[in-house]
Design a protein around this ligand. Structure first.
Ligand SMILES: *Cc1c(COP(=O)(O)O)cnc(C)c1O
Length: 431
């Protein structure tokens, strides 16, 4: 493979864009190379500017559950574009999308559309604070909730990959009101709740963590969070920006049977366009302006083009619920291929991560939290990434990201990937 044109674009990009990328996870620093520049994508395939083709398991970091450029979604977007790109006034389509979200996740009794997952979680936290009149929040190490100041503490993959625990530029005051617990560790939550009795507005959690690699909740963990928040009048926020419409049509609350007070969505809900949402209990969401006193606004919120992409994507998912069974089964096949060569695999539905845990290739390790994930061998991961890329398979350039399976990843593509996994890991694992 040749990457000459990507190299040229990368040089030009670095002169003007910090690190040459508009989001740090896109840099390939952790895997010792420069990023390729994408020209186009179709279905499961990504094409770069040098004409190389990759089977894509990043799927734009989550939105691409249907594969790239699904004809129905593209057509819906093209149709509305011709009628105007933004109005800053209500449209019928926004109501339609709100109704679809509510139909998929009935707990969402009221919903606000915003433009990014970051905005959704930031706003949900503000609403929880406004509703409870309390200031502190509890999050979990290794969970990512976007890059807003108060949530950028031990915030998972992007920072883990760059080996910076916390971002510079976040005022100490913000960080002080964010308490950090250990994922899957009830005692760590209990202690923080006791030490800060009556001061905690919300617990915000990825119900299935997917930003330190995939880390499913242990049996009883989410139930515990539900119980302790209810007992102490704390708002439970499920950040479903990845898991929403991915683990099931109803997201993690359907997949796990545990229900939150507020939910945040992004990625899939926008069908590939910049759109996200937060919502939940009617009494809490009634705090949002202009109905209530918590201010939250957006010039491009509910943008008609983004809304059209979201509506069409959700409609396709609702019309063909067999999608979930298919992508789960394919992810299962990939998980087995990794396990067969001795890697530790966590999987939830169509999300999976293969971890190079200590002693990889020799025995099964486990990853239940941030500390466990940090033990993984990043060098071995980088070697694996590069060998997969040379075989035309693009996995996320970080040990701490999920592998996303879409409906466009047909069985024979999965088989091809399993073969590449065996080849790529041969030698690295010494088997
Ligand atoms: C991606 C992500 C976000 C942030 O969404 P953006 O659209 O990138 O701002 C928030 N929470 C979780 C769980 C995510 O995976």
């Amino acid at each position: 493979m040749n990457w000459d044109k990507s190299e040229k674009w990368y040089d030009r990009a670095q002169g003007l864009i910090p690190g040459g990328v508009n989001s740090p996870v896109r840099a390939f620093g952790a895997v010792g190379r420069h990023p390729f520049f994408v020209e186009k994508a179709q279905g499961a395939w990504l094409y770069d500017v040098d004409g190389n083709r990759y089977l894509d398991y990043v799927c734009s970091w989550g939105p691409g559950i249907l594969g790239h450029a699904h004809p129905r979604v593209v057509e819906a977007v093209q149709r509305v574009c011709a009628e105007g790109l933004t109005f800053g006034a209500p449209t019928a389509k926004e109501v339609e999308l709100a109704e679809l979200i509510h139909a998929c996740v009935p707990d969402v009794e009221m919903v606000r559309l915003v433009s990014s997952g970051t905005e959704a979680v930031m706003s949900a936290v503000r609403v929880a604070r406004g509703f409870t009149g309390r200031e502190k929040i509890i999050k979990f190490a290794g969970n990512y909730h976007g890059h807003s100041d108060g949530l950028l503490v031990k915030a998972g993959s992007g920072l883990m990959t760059q080996s910076v625990p916390d971002s510079a530029g976040v005022p100490a005051g913000y960080a002080a009101s964010t308490l950090t617990a250990v994922y899957n560790d009830e005692e760590s939550v209990r202690v923080l709740m006791e030490e800060n009795h009556g001061q905690v507005a919300a617990i915000v959690v990825e119900p299935v963590a997917a930003n330190m690699g995939v880390v499913p909740p242990k049996k009883g963990f989410l139930e515990f969070l539900r119980r302790i928040t209810k007992e102490q009048g704390v708002i439970l926020i499920f950040d479903e920006v990845i898991t929403g419409f991915r683990l099931a049509l109803g997201g993690a609350s359907q997949y796990t049977g545990v229900h939150a007070d507020l939910y945040t969505f992004g990625k899939i809900v926008g069908g590939g366009m910049p759109l996200a949402a937060y919502g939940g209990r009617r009494d809490i969401m009634s705090c949002v302006a202009p109905l209530g006193s918590v201010y939250q606004a957006g010039t491009l919120s509910g943008n008609p083009v983004a809304v059209a992409a979201g509506i069409e994507t959700l409609k396709i998912l609702m019309e063909d619920p067999g999608i979930y069974e298919r992508i789960d089964r394919r992810a299962q096949t990939l998980a087995e291929a990794f396990r067969n060569v001795g890697l530790t695999v966590n999987r939830a539905g169509s999300l999976l991560s293969a971890f190079f845990t200590p002693g990889f290739g020799k025995r099964e390790g486990w990853v239940e939290n941030y500390e466990d994930a940090c033990q993984c061998d990043r060098k071995a991961f980088a070697a694996y990434f590069n060998r997969m890329l040379e075989r035309g398979i693009y996995v996320a350039p970080s040990q701490f990201e999920a592998m996303f399976v879409s409906d466009a990843h047909a069985e024979e593509l999965i088989e091809r990937t399993c073969e590449a996994i065996r080849e790529a890991l041969f030698g690295i694992l010494g088997n």
